[in-house]
Design a protein around this ligand. Structure first.
Ligand code: AMP
Length: 249
């Protein structure tokens, strides 16, 4: 079984992002970039399926600038077999990304596509679902457990108030939730080996996909600064402040 994993290059989750002075977006100059954490979980799940003998090949794909090769090499060091970079410096919206992923799915014909449930930069949580609509594949979103059984994949999903297990016919799309697994770290020998694994570069034009955006970011603002907290001397003072100042009791 071939698995396609979509990974996104995003600002590292430890970085405190700064808004650009002109409010046009977030300042990315000299900022540490990493693989989106939910995509790391997607790669880990694919690698585990390969280790179990369920998957035979893992192809990892990203859509982004040349520098996104860095995240593809990380995925290769973690266990993916080959990588595809769809090179684009444009700010693409989810539908454009999903259309490009659909073109890669048509080319690669995977039986399983694994994506993160959400990219931590844009917080869209929609690419997997859009890819599901474009391909017509069954989808299991917010997966906390994935089990391939014959021509089906059973996906346990985290939903409000509990867990739901769905059986999807393959080919299928799965998006990962936080508790699916704990991603491994790449070992130094595997990082060295990953440098020699194949990395193909494509363009949206070569895939025949128009990526013109239908969404324009008007303004990005930092959240209002929070006022300093105070220390109260007694419970009575706390109750008085909650009642008369915060007016929450
Ligand atoms: P989003 O819908 O933007 O929150 O992203 C959900 C998931 O879609 C991510 O975790 C990735 O697996 C995939 N994805 C989003 N953008 C890209 C991209 N530029 N390249 C590859 N995969 C992406």
């Amino acid at each position: 079984m071939k698995i396609l994993v979509a990974v996104k290059r995003v600002v590292d989750y430890n970085v405190k992002v700064r808004v650009k002075a002109d409010n046009s977006g977030v300042d990315l100059a000299n900022v540490k970039m990493s693989m989106n954490p939910f995509c790391e979980i997607a790669v880990e799940e694919a690698v585990r399926l390969k280790e179990k003998g369920v998957a035979s090949e893992i192809v990892v794909v990203t859509i982004g600038p040349t520098a996104a090769q860095e995240q593809l090499r990380t995925a290769l060091a973690l266990g993916a077999d080959r990588a595809i970079l769809v090179e684009s410096t444009e700010e693409l919206n989810s539908l454009a990304v999903a259309k490009l992923l659909k073109a890669v799915v048509d080319k690669e014909q995977p039986q399983l596509v694994i994506l993160g449930k959400q990219a931590i930069d844009s917080d869209n949580n929609q690419t997997g679902q859009m890819l599901g609509a474009l391909t017509g594949f069954a989808q299991g979103t917010f997966a906390s457990q994935v089990e391939v059984a014959g021509d089906k994949v059973n996906v346990t999903r985290e939903i409000d108030g509990g867990l739901q297990t769905v059986a999807l016919n393959l080919p299928a799309i799965v998006t990962t939730d936080l508790r699916l697994n704990e991603p491994r770290y790449a070992s130094l020998p595997n990082i060295m080996k990953a440098k020699k694994k194949p990395l193909e570069t494509l363009t949206p034009d070569a895939l025949g996909v128009a990526t013109a955006s239908t969404v324009k970011t008007l303004k990005v603002e930092a959240p209002a600064a929070r006022g300093a907290g105070i220390k109260v001397k007694s419970v009575a003072e706390l109750v008085e402040k909650l009642k008369n100042e915060a007016k929450v009791i």
